[in-house]
Design a protein around this ligand. Structure first.
Ligand code: URA
Length: 209
């Protein structure tokens, strides 16, 4: 299945109760289907629900600024959310909604195969790492989980509400730029891996994190 086919299959998704709780549309995700870096938020808010795209409201503006600071554009990354439909009144997604939508997020990740999955906020981090976390403790650290390399970040909306979190968020985007620069330098400098060891290059790059 391609990413486009997955998106199409969820176009009128009725798998959980969010389908009937006032969503305008399913917000599948947006960006480069071959992105090196994928960002995962919590769920669409008012503006995302209207426009059909993740992170287009106030948190999205801050995210754009942070991406720019890390030398990244929205066109080169991929952005999705844990739940693809807006929870009413911007409430947190409920456990049954997360459980229902989670396999689609993992399918997206499998298809995109990003080198780095940046989780935005506690909900997204706990979903990807499949355990409870303290986001303020583990943010800005690279964590390997199954075949994923995960980089937990504070949620931009949290930093908008609590300005004291903003310096940490900026600091972590600075680290992200550093990791990506390392990866890119390595892939320019290193010769192509021999055909008999196709996963060697990947191993070298993963070791950088
Ligand atoms: N917050 C999220 O977690 N996701 C969005 O798409 C927008 C705001």
């Amino acid at each position: 299945m391609t990413l486009q086919e997955l998106a199409q299959s969820l176009h009128n998704c009725q798998h959980c109760k969010l389908a009937k709780l006032g969503r305008t549309q399913v917000v599948f995700g947006v960006g480069n289907p071959n992105a090196q870096v994928m960002f995962v938020g919590e769920g669409p808010g008012f503006n995302e629900d209207r426009q059909g795209e993740p992170f287009v409201g106030a948190a999205g503006k801050l995210l754009n600024e942070l991406l720019q600071s890390a030398g990244l554009s929205r066109a080169e990354i991929y952005i999705a959310n844990v739940v693809k439909c807006r929870p009413p009144n911007n409430r947190d997604p409920e456990p049954d909604e997360v459980e229902t939508c989670k396999p689609f997020l993992f399918q997206q990740i499998d298809l995109i195969k990003p080198k780095l999955v940046c989780t935005l906020g506690r909900w997204s981090t706990e979903t990807i790492l499949e355990r409870k976390v303290s986001i303020t403790k583990i943010r800005g650290q690279v964590i390997r989980h199954n075949s994923l390399v995960v980089f937990p970040l504070l949620h931009p909306a949290a930093a908008l509400h609590q300005g004291n979190l903003l310096p940490s968020l900026r600091e972590d985007f600075g680290k992200l730029k550093h990791y990506l620069d390392q990866v890119n330098r390595e892939s320019i400098a290193a010769p192509a891996p021999p055909a008999s060891h196709p996963d060697k290059m990947q191993k070298i790059q993963m070791d950088l994190f």
